[in-house]
Ligand binder design. Structure first.
Ligand SMILES: *[C@@H]1O[C@H](CO)[C@@H](O)[C@H](O)[C@H]1NC(C)=O
Ligand SMILES: *[C@@H]1O[C@H](CO)[C@@H](O)[C@H](O)[C@H]1NC(C)=O
Ligand SMILES: *[C@@H]1O[C@H](CO)[C@@H](O)[C@H](O)[C@H]1NC(C)=O
Length: 191
């Protein structure tokens, strides 16, 4: 099933920007709070049930002491269900609440330099989530718009970690893809 079909199925197509490259869709019955972090970060924003967040792939490079060269900087879209973020009355309070909350991270690195492709790497990280995981009862899924790239699926199961996600920095949970492909993160996807 391609993502536009999924959107139609959920009756949400009109609320999403189909041209965006990263789309986060909140199918949960509760709000979540999201921040996109790279060299700079967006202020925390609420994503209410049925809402989408989208951004075109962000690129920045920075000096990497490990390689002695400049290299592409990854982006982390951090997501929390912590209601304290929504209850804060101003942006300073929201940022402070967000930064002390558990997060589920949708991470990607877009690097236009490599030839030939792939030029896009992505993963889901539960390393800075709580136990049990925030979305363990609801399911979460990263669905690329092309079958050439791998789906990441965490089905509802609070009894164990999601094997498709990073649970430890030593895990190997990163997938390679192409910047022409959209990555769709669906929160509360179900089974
Ligand atoms: C650093 O970049 C230069 C110029 O692009 C390249 O020749 C060199 O191999 C790179 N070094 C490493 C360690 O990647
Ligand atoms: C988890 O949080 C710590 C402390 O803020 C940070 O140093 C680390 O990079 C985070 N891990 C991931 C995978 O984001
Ligand atoms: C990580 O996974 C990729 C893709 O499955 C594989 O090509 C690579 O060899 C793996 N790396 C390690 C260190 O296991």
């Amino acid at each position: 099933m391609i993502f536009s079909d999924i959107l139609l199925l959920f009756g949400m197509a009109e609320r999403c920007n189909a041209l965006a490259r990263v789309i986060v869709l909140n199918r949960c019955s509760f709000p979540v709070y999201l921040k996109s972090v790279q060299l700079n970060e967006t202020p925390p924003q609420a994503l209410f049930p049925g809402d989408c967040y989208s951004e075109t792939y962000r690129y920045a490079s920075a000096f990497n002491p490990a390689t002695g060269n400049f290299s592409a900087v990854g982006v982390s879209i951090k997501i929390t269900t912590d209601e304290a973020v929504g209850q804060s009355l101003d942006e300073t309070g929201r940022s402070a609440a967000f930064d002390s909350s558990a997060v589920t991270q949708f991470e990607y690195t877009y690097d236009p330099v490599p030839y030939p492709l792939p030029d896009l790497y992505y993963d889901l990280s539960d390393i800075n989530d709580t136990m049990p995981r925030q979305f363990c009862g609801y399911g979460i899924r990263i669905e690329p718009s092309s079958a050439e790239c791998n789906t990441i699926a965490c089905t509802p199961d609070c009894s164990q970690a999601c094997v498709d996600a990073y649970n430890n920095p030593a895990d190997n949970a990163t997938h390679a893809c192409y910047s022409t492909v959209n990555l769709n993160l669906i929160l509360c996807y179900g089974a």
